[in-house]
Ligand binder design. Structure first.
Ligand code: FMN
Length: 183
């Protein structure tokens, strides 16, 4: 079984990015599992806390989960034409101590997708992640793109994907990433 860890960069209960990730979990190709991991409760990075207390338990758990997985799928919101601080903070914690970066992120296949209420579907946020993914030594997948714009009309009030065309795009995106992860 190929295992991919999925992380949504939004803490909002009605998050469209979390909804997109749930839809992705349901559409994964046979033999590939998308395990959605929560970022709830991860504190703001503070070097003093790291020095005195070490890595928070939830961060340590996530580091292990990513290190053991075959790939990582980020569902990122776009805030002010860039990535949200909430998710950047998590990735920053996950990159500590720096000596663990190769184990957690080195050569790790990573795909980025996102949903926004605007017209451009997180394109600038997805671009903003590129230097971060490069710095961490990941293996980003560039074989497909998923930019979900006007997300409020793509999901129903329960957070289920109702737009068939986006569903097909998502399926294609996941199949492509899964092939990349398995290669
Ligand atoms: C601080 C802030 C900045 C935002 N900036 C953008 C933006 O630059 N582009 C965009 O398309 N949407 C922007 N939005 C709207 C988000 O796309 C929308 O809130 C979206 O639902 C967030 O993702 P979520 O549903 O997963 O929480 C912004 C929202 C917030 C709160």
């Amino acid at each position: 079984m190929t295992k991919i860890i999925g992380i949504s960069g939004s803490l909002r209960r009605g998050s469209f990015n979390s909804a997109l990730l749930r839809a992705a979990a349901a559409l994964m190709p046979l033999g590939v599992e998308l395990k959605i991991e929560s970022i709830e409760g991860i504190p703001l990075y503070n070097g003093d806390v790291e020095a005195s207390e070490g890595i928070p338990t939830r961060v340590a758990e996530l580091k292990t989960a990513i290190a053991e997985a075959n790939g990582l799928l980020l569902a990122t919101p776009e805030y002010n034409n860039s990535m949200p601080g909430v998710l950047k903070n998590v990735i920053d914690w996950l990159s500590r101590p720096a000596s663990d970066i190769p184990t957690v992120f080195g050569g790790k296949p990573v795909a980025v997708m996102g949903a926004s209420q605007g017209s451009f579907g997180t394109i600038l946020s997805q671009n903003a992640w590129l230097p971060v993914l490069r710095t961490l030594g990941t293996k980003p997948w560039f074989g497909g793109r998923l930019l979900v714009s006007r997300a409020h009309s793509v999901f129903d009030e329960h957070g289920s994907l109702k737009d068939e065309a986006i569903g097909k795009q998502l399926e294609r995106f996941l199949n492509g990433f899964a092939e990349f992860v398995k290669a």
